[in-house]
Design a protein around this ligand. Structure first.
Ligand SMILES: [Zn+2]
Length: 148
């Protein structure tokens, strides 16, 4: 059998690195390590991150961002057009999986049931703190309580 030449994305660290590459104009290895620690609570080794970036580069999926002469900041990486195609393909494949994962983690508004992202409104009602998408939903929720 012929081994597929395609890069294998077999874990969340690699997958999240693709997310970061896709959602930023350019990223540095340092930025990736910081985000992995902050968002996934994962301490990836710099070697692991840089090896994967090297693999992506050898496939022609990422390229170095030209550093400006005035800046001493470390060089970043950006996706090439082929890289964007590759990431889109991976994302499509994982799309359903991600939706399930996101939904499992998301809070919903206690009143209307919409998913809550970063900005939502919490209010202590009775003994528990409930989350709502907005103040109006909290008010509507309290009104239904009073009717009971
Ligand atoms: Zn709501």
């Amino acid at each position: 059998m012929v081994e597929e030449a395609e890069l294998k994305i077999q874990n969340l660290t690699k997958f999240y690195m693709l997310v970061l590459l896709k959602s930023n104009d350019s990223v540095t290895g340092y930025f990736i390590l910081k985000k992995l620690a902050k968002d996934l609570g994962k301490t990836a080794s710099p070697t692991y991150v840089y090896d994967f970036l090297k693999d992506l580069k050898s496939q022609g999926y990422v390229e170095d961002v030209p550093t400006s002469k005035t800046s001493k900041r470390s060089q970043g990486f950006q996706l090439t057009p082929q890289g964007h195609e590759f990431v889109d393909k991976i994302f499509n494949r994982f799309n359903n999986l991600i939706e399930v994962a996101i939904q499992a983690k998301l809070e919903i508004c206690a009143s209307c049931g919409v998913s809550l992202y970063d900005n939502y409104y919490s209010e202590k009602i009775g003994k528990q703190t409930l989350n709502f998408c907005c103040k109006h939903c909290a008010k509507a929720y309290k009104e239904t309580l009073n009717k009971e």
